[in-house]
Design a protein around this ligand. Sequence first.
Ligand SMILES: O=P(O)(O)OC[C@H]1O[C@H](O[C@H]2O[C@H](CO)[C@@H](O)[C@H](O)[C@H]2O)[C@H](O)[C@@H](O)[C@@H]1O
Length: 282
Amino acid sequence: MGSHPHDLPMPVTAAGREGLEALLRAPRRSVVALDFDGTLADIVPDPDQARAHPEAVPALSALAPEVDSVAVVTGRPAGVAVRYGGFAGVPGLEHLVVLGHYGAERWDAVTGIVHAPAEHPGVAAVRAELPGFLDSIGAWRGTWIEEKGRALAVHTRRAEDPAAAFAALREPLTELAARHGLMVEPGRAVLELRPPGMDKGVALTEFLAERDAETVLYAGDDLGDLAAYSAVEKRRADGLPGLLVCSGSAEVPELAARADLVLPGPGSVATFLAALAVALRG
Ligand SMILES: O=P(O)(O)OC[C@H]1O[C@H](O[C@H]2O[C@H](CO)[C@@H](O)[C@H](O)[C@H]2O)[C@H](O)[C@@H](O)[C@@H]1O
């Protein structure tokens, strides 16, 4: 990987280099949008123990005043991401926005309020059926259900063979979800049953339109981030610059293959964001 004049790592694609140049040239027209788990927070076996990397919030609070806005775009409930990220009341992050549940929920630091739609009725039905359903198809030891309020996630990271459990559960859970008007969102050793109609691409596109942004930097690590990648690629096809950053892992090669810049995990993402803040401050 080459180095940029501002001591920033050089994106490997021409489109990515254009995106970074545009961000450096016009930061006030730029949005920085980031996924939470795996990008700002290291992956851990228990989702309740996930926290922002110690360098992530200081980097974001240095960067946010230099750009139009910073948004966290996550599959987590917005309030959970705010808590686990430690995002509330941080100097520099007074205008942070957290788009939770793949954009169905929104928390604004300015108000401290989460806006959310009514719960999809299929979630209650799946909640009632899921434990028995998993038993009936032969529970994989170590799989467990995360209660997400507006969705339910079946985790396989703690199973004896996480990849085999994921593969075996994917089709039956997709059928269960479809019976109740839900969809399955696959992720890193997780299959989430959630309402359709929103994804990170829609959420990001709407946020960029709201901000009238010219340039976007999007960083993610998981399959759910591919929709946001597609949104940035579509904007680039329309002549609007963007930079796609991947918080890399062996678990999700699909994202690295489409990224302009692959960084080895949340610690490196935080270092990159801090360097970007320094470069923008001149
Ligand atoms: O969109 P994200 O911010 O990346 O959230 C997606 C899912 O993240 C969580 O699961 C992932 O992180 C866990 C903690 O590190 C890990 O144990 C799990 O294997 C990962 O898939 C969260 O629990 C899910 O609800 C989110 O959908």
